[in-house]
Design a protein around this ligand. Structure first.
Ligand code: TXA
Ligand code: MG
Length: 318
């Protein structure tokens, strides 16, 4: 069992000692170390069993704090950050040498964000130093959106879980950078394409489906449960698997009959925000249930539905 509580002073002193602390954010829980402590950062990779080619996101308490570690950056990214921070947006900035190469997997750019959670903002202000933090789950598995998820999988390996309750967005941050002069989204997430375009104009999607080290969160198979997850028309899928114990993850249509299946409705009132909050919790519950197969239908492909579908496709990928 990891020590769990709301003590930001304790969390800060552990981090200063080179320990790992799970931190709450609005998106998902992070597994944090002081970004300038290379040994502690190395420990994050070990605990998560994460490949070293997959860089970590840096968390700051403010835009100014992030810019203090950045070389001159693209104005459009600064504009987005000024508009959406604190919030579920990560931007790729050219890093200074103050950020060790292990954090960025040797890349010249760092991924930076200001998370929107009062406890973690308080912690970052006490430290006045960036925290490197990937999502607090074993590499490739579903991200944690509650302290209990962290405890269950990494409890023996973190020194403290800062308990900030359940995450209020439930999907990782949207990653935005500049490629060949164009504003690009490298990972869909809790800030929608539509919201970004309203502020910054047209953005390209650069969502690689392979093993591109630029954003391994885009690895084809990721966010994956241990049980097979099948995507498609649920009635059709049920008919194909008449003998299996099933779990169904659905959206809206409350009155649909799913027989004996265990049903997880992401949002009975078809609210995409509510669906995002529930997604990872329900994927975990379905994975931990008695079901042999998890069936799931895709959501409408706009707003947060795009990011939710992205996670579902990766969760279903082999
Ligand atoms: O919402 C979030 O972003 C959460 C919370 C804890 O902040 N963090 C998170 O971290 O999702 P992680 O490690 O699970 O995903 C980070 C993604 C990876 O896909 C990684 O490849 C990409 O960010 N990334 C990190 N640094 C990068 C860099 N310098 N250049 C390009 N991509 C980067
Ligand atoms: Mg992750």
């Amino acid at each position: 069992m990891a020590l769990t509580g709301k003590n930001t002073e304790l969390a800060a002193s552990l981090l200063k000692d080179g320990k790992l602390v799970a931190i709450p954010t609005e998106t998902v829980y992070g597994l944090a170390a002081l970004a300038t402590n290379e040994k502690a950062v190395l420990h994050i990779f070990e605990v998560k069993q994460r490949p070293f080619f997959d860089p970590l996101i840096l968390h700051f308490h403010s835009l100014d704090a992030a810019l203090a570690h950045s070389l001159p950056a693209d104005e459009r990214l600064i504009k987005l950050a000024s508009h959406f921070w604190p919030g579920p947006l990560t931007i790729l900035l050219p890093k200074k040498d103050s950020i060790p190469g292990i954090v960025t997997s040797g890349l010249a750019q760092m991924a930076a964000r200001v998370p929107d959670h009062p406890l973690t903002l308080e912690l970052l202000k006490i430290l006045d130093q960036p925290l490197a933090a990937p999502s607090a789950n074993p590499f490739g598995y579903i991200s944690p959106t509650e302290p209990a998820h962290v405890e269950k999988q990494l409890g023996g390996k973190v020194d403290y879980i800062l308990d900030g309750g359940a995450c209020t967005v439930g999907l990782e941050s949207t990653i935005v950078g500049v490629e060949e002069g164009k504003l690009c989204i490298f990972r869909l997430g809790g800030l929608t394409v539509e919201e970004i375009e309203k502020v910054a104009g047209r953005v390209e999607l650069s969502l690689n489906q392979s093993g591109d080290p630029k954003a391994p969160g885009q690895l084809k198979s990721h966010y994956a449960p241990t049980k097979p997850l099948l995507l498609g028309d649920i009635a059709g899928l049920r008919a194909q698997h008449p003998k299996k114990k099933l779990a169904v993850i659905c959206f809206g249509d409350e009155h649909q009959d799913y027989g004996d299946a265990l049903v997880f409705n992401l949002s009975k009132k078809s609210d995409l925000r509510e669906a995002a909050i529930n997604l990872f919790r329900y994927l975990r519950q379905a994975d931990e249930s008695e079901a042999e197969l998890v069936l799931c239908s895709l959501l409408p492909e706009f707003g947060l539905g795009k990011a939710i579908n992205d996670r579902l496709r990766r969760a279903a990928a082999e």
